[in-house]
Design a binder for this molecule. Structure first.
Ligand code: MN
Length: 213
């Protein structure tokens, strides 16, 4: 029995038009995300086989593969729920997401400053990567991370709450080489209710690192 399974999309393929067209969503979920799920499961099997046979020749590649595929699965699972056809704007207390709005202001100085940093971090990824808003439990603040592939350039223990996929497969069929246009358009589909829920859950788990027992 597989450890990881591909989650269903919370909407149909056309739900995010015109920001993201249905063909991209279908390929992205059914092919790309599915491949990360399979990759994570396959790698766990190969590691189990290595333990059984005490054959460690491929250990470095397997550990890298596990981090890559598992992180790909996790980030995409968050990504689908971070978006909605009814999204956009900015988090407001009147919409019940005041805690998130306050945390963004406290952590970045202003919503505009946060938006500019995340847009820039996502749009300037070199090669493949993500722009991520994460809860950092040691400081108790939100930070922006510019992730390489799915797993590099990340602070240990930080919890992603809003993720922008900046891989070419996320936009190329529609935006061609204009990655910055895609990232700027993404703000119109952000599901702030979902981001606020993730922020609240991450904050609840803030003692998980136990740095100062
Ligand atoms: Mn992707």
């Amino acid at each position: 029995m597989a450890t990881y399974t591909l989650p269903e999309l919370p909407y149909d393929y056309a739900a995010l038009e015109p920001v993201i067209n249905p063909q991209i969503i279908e390929l992205h979920h059914d092919k790309h995300h599915a491949a990360y799920v399979k990759g994570a499961n396959d790698t766990l099997e190969q590691l189990a086989e290595a333990r059984d046979k005490e054959a460690w020749g491929a250990i470095n590649g397997l550990q890298k593969s596990l981090a890559f595929h598992l992180s790909g699965h996790i980030l995409h699972s968050i990504y689908w729920h971070n978006m909605t056809g009814d999204g956009g704007g900015e988090p407001l207390a009147a919409d019940g997401v005041g805690d998130l709005a306050d945390a963004i202001t406290e952590s970045f100085g202003s919503f505009a400053g946060f938006k500019a940093q995340l847009t820039k971090a996502a749009a300037t990824t070199q090669g493949s990567g993500w722009g991520v808003l994460a809860y950092e439990p040691v400081s108790g603040k939100l930070i922006v991370e510019q992730v390489y592939d799915h797993q590099g350039n990340v602070g240990q223990g930080s919890v992603p709450v809003l993720v922008f996929d900046a891989w070419e497969h996320a936009f190329y069929l529609q935006y061609k080489n204009q990655k910055v246009d895609f990232i700027e358009a993404m703000w119109a589909v952000v599901n702030w209710q979902d981001v606020a829920k993730r922020y609240a859950a991450a904050k609840e788990r803030a003692d998980v690192l136990l740095l100062a027992p």
